[in-house]
Write a protein that binds this ligand. Sequence first.
Ligand SMILES: [Zn+2]
Length: 887
Amino acid sequence: MRHCGTGDLARALREAGIAEPPANGPSFALPGDQPRYAPDRPADVRHVDIAVTLDFERKQVRGAVTHRFAALFESVRVVTLDAAELHIEEITLAESGAPLEWWSEGEKLRIQLDRAYNYGEEFGVRVAYWAQPRTGLVFVAPDAGNPDLPLQVWTQGETEYHHFWFPCHDFPNDRASTSLAATVPASFFALSNGKLEEARDNGDGTKTYQWRQDIPFPAYLITLVAGEFVEIQDHWREVPVNYYVRAGREADARRMLGRTPAMMEFFTQRFGLDYPYVKYAQIVPEMFLGAMENVSATTHSYRLLPDQRASLDYKPEAVVAHELVHQWFGDLLAVRDWSHTWLKESFATYFEAVWMGEELGEDQLRIEMRDNLDAYLAADKRGRRPIVYNVYRKNGNELFDRHNYQKGSRVLHMLRQVVGDAAFWRGMARYAQRNQGREVITADFERAHEEASGRSLAQFFEQWVYKAGHPEFKVGYSWDDERKLAKLSVRQTQTVNEQTPVFVTPLDLAFFVPQSDDEKPDGDGFMQPQVMRVQLEQAEQTFYIPLARRPFGVRFDYGGWLIKTLEFEAPADMLRFQLRRDPDTNGRIEAATALGEKGDPDSLAALEEALFSESFWGVRQAIAAALAGRKSERALATLLRALDEIEEPKARRGIVAGLGEYRAPEQSDLAERAAAALTALLAKGEPSYFVTAAAASALGKTRAPGAFETLLRYVDTPSWNEVIRGGVFAGLGELGDARAVEPLARWATDRTKPMDARAAAVSGLRVLAATKRVDQPEARTRAVEAVAFALSDPWEMAAGAACAAAAAWGDARALPALQRIVAESPDERQVRNAREAIAAIQRGDAPRDETRQLRADLDTLREDNRKLRERLDALDAQADGDRKRSE
Ligand SMILES: [Zn+2]
């Protein structure tokens, strides 16, 4: 599903200094959360028939839904459907039209059948109703801030939202075929699952689109998107592959979606199973966030669709691949319940990276895996949980987090290294073929890979999927020249408990061994290492590896495929070698970081040289960060030169971010030089939105005189997805200056501003809070009130950003607005955001402002001083007494 926290756009935004609100927060389970299980199915749903009319004026849905059931219990007298806030008009037996009795219990609709139905007997139930849904189905219409918005409808079922607009078995443990008829204004198009059977003009200014999907699937993957769209036709083999966008975005659509047929072929080959559905459509409505893999008809957010300038350094292809992978894993193989969600989200996250690696090269796969590890490690710090996990508040939405996406993607990558490439793909094909059209649990996947590889995988799955955490390695290296032995001592330092074990795993060590005694480490080009696989089994282990010569470099976990943290103290000469000649990007990135920390002249010179000679942007970013971390004049000069010479925009983001590390007043001279370069960059204009935004954000970070005024000049710059304003608002926040409160608060609360700009301004307020520098009561009050107001923003991104901002300010005055979300919002994503913010405020772990902290420290010092003086006085008095006595 939705995919906001991952992928290229998220990375680009992060590097532009515009972090999206965190996807999940502190401890995983929050107070009151319970283990959840799939519901019983007294009767199997065989077919769902939906016939609805969309009333754009009243924002209402009106229609009838007929379920065909087959009894599964021995004797079924009552069937239950999920239905929230639906206005039921009549419920009848489908065959005879006889009215049936019904009643509501919370979000459950209980229907009394005309008689008891025995196991296997079939019957149909028709519900006529209307709804004005608060979620599940969204009406888009122009408003003051967004006058260009068209009239549209889109739906979002995952996880359990469809029962807010039609009655259904709203849980993935039942699959049915569907038919859906949507009546819309005659100029509109309506997209749903499967085959378009008919588009009928009703002669009254409306048109009815009739769709049918025969391969059964869970209700949450039903879709309905309606509006005025342009259709772009393509195909894969015999299967129609169509793209639907607003008029004028055709070129952007081709740019984003044009590789779809190639991806369909690629995944068909890899998964050993043809793309299963009669068509594949992708549609891009407004106000939709992320992307959703509805069966045969994916919905993408308008935010993912790049214009020409955005496509310079943002590739939406990963999301396209992600949703396509779900057509197999998630749709054809549906998860039985949300606790096994990784069987779709990890898969989509991993195989999108595999596709990107196929398109852009191995470096791309490695950097995405690296990003995913970092994302998981950050989430793990906030709350540890196993990947397979069933404790949550309501509908499983909160499980769609970095454990299920990023960590799981790393588990699959690791499984591939453990069993080997051929066995891995064989296992994937076996799993896909055997389980197509079924609900899956993790055991199905484990068994398929055991059979395909011959390996016992119980321990692998227990460690990485059913338990939580990861190994935290401390590794020491030494070379015994006499015996020609490399010694590696390995310690697992994680706290071992019921949740987190000592990990048993294979591990790849790599040694860069020269061919002769004359060979020098500073040759040209990559050097291939000797890679050997060893088995880790204990908390402490030492490996002695005989080598022909002292190696130029040594790598622990070559390829970087283990889920881990690593402290590996290597000598500077080995790191310098690694930075230049290790073919594994992980090795070059790790070397850059470590050399920056060492900071000796040779290491810095090596970093400077590599910044210009390195070919991969991911490593260049790491080098720029390592140099900037020195905060030296020399590093600044290097970064400024790189800004002149290096054009690749992703590397430029790293360089620009590095300039933001020079900060006034601590380093006024250098900060002003950095700020001058950033100001010049903004004035000159930069091809990339993201580099421009990164420059604005970095300028704020320098806190140089004049930065505030400069940033204000760019507040009115509109751009694709408001990326530039996002950077400007982040920069205003980074200033840590009370003067920034007013412009940010004004934009955050003005509903006549574009929705994405409001969301960006709220994020700016969060950044401002995180600087812990705004202590003035009036500024604080203005900021907190603006955040509290933004919590009620109808745009979910703005309200979500406001939850994160409320947590950052840590001010109890935001609590009532947060509690209102928990009590009233039907959107569990937002409820989770609000609950995390409430927990953070109540824990009081929100950042305290610096002044207050300094005052507290000063008080402690004064107290210590007073005590010392008392003791001195006492000692003096004692000495006096002693003297007197001795006199
Ligand atoms: Zn997904």
